[in-house]
Design a protein around this ligand. Sequence first.
Ligand SMILES: Nc1ncnc2c1ncn2[C@@H]1O[C@H](COP(=O)(O)OP(=O)(O)OP(=O)(O)O)[C@@H](O)[C@H]1O
Ligand SMILES: [Mg+2]
Length: 263
Amino acid sequence: MTPPSNVARHPAAANTLKNVVAVASGKGGVGKTWFSITLTQALAGLGRNMLLFDGDLGLANVDVQLGLMPEHDISTVVAGKVGFETAIRPYSNGRFDVLAGRSGSGSLAALTPQKLKALRDGLMTVAPSYDAVILDLAAGIDDNLRLLAGLSSICLVVTTDEPTALTDAYALIKVMTAAGRQRTLRIVVNMAASKKDGEATYRTLLKACESFLKISPPLAGIVRRDEKVRDVIRRQVPVLTRYPTCPAADDVSAIAGRLSGDI
Ligand SMILES: Nc1ncnc2c1ncn2[C@@H]1O[C@H](COP(=O)(O)OP(=O)(O)OP(=O)(O)O)[C@@H](O)[C@H]1O
Ligand SMILES: [Mg+2]
């Protein structure tokens, strides 16, 4: 049978997983890992069976932000030492499962094709056991990152109002669009001084996308800058556990509520 033309042109599209939400950014340090943890916990709080998958192998921060000391992690899984099921652990504090990475274990960009395939196959194997998987990705726009992001049915592109973050978010959107994945893209503006400022940041990015790429990625939501985020990262606890109604937690909960209808 002849595959549909979009699948033929973009083979990765054939492997799209409808319950995987990727969190990517282009620029580092915009809050992807913190946002991924909080979104996972918020969706778990809505009764969803969730897996948080640390796809940032080189500088894995999920374990650090949650204070985990994983016996096994993604690097041991892709090295073929243990199976995915062995490395996935429940995080009882948030009622979701975690597949941790390990800082310093080698970067996603440097994964060999075999290990990347093992990672991709593993994600495809475990995803059906969950209502949704949140995939916390590394910064950047390299091939491996694009391949993993391309597996998701929704790719949340996180930016802040900094020109470098906006430029790198645009670069990510551009390469995802070139790969035929533009319909999966949604924007998250993090660390916004106010909702109004966040909307202005979104409009700036939207204008560039409309002018140069002829696409209009929708806004997933705005997350306000909140000192409580630093505090919980220092304490290695999730914000929804310690400050469930602080502004940033409220904002991510609202995004989870809107996303829950689509996953
Ligand atoms: N809404 C927020 N309000 C205040 N600070 C925030 C917020 N979101 C993130 N931060 C700050 O940004 C820092 C970086 O967050 P995080 O490690 O989650 O980013 P990242 O995008 O995953 O980084 P990397 O690209 O290195 O993986 C955190 O240590 C935290 O202090
Ligand atoms: Mg991170």
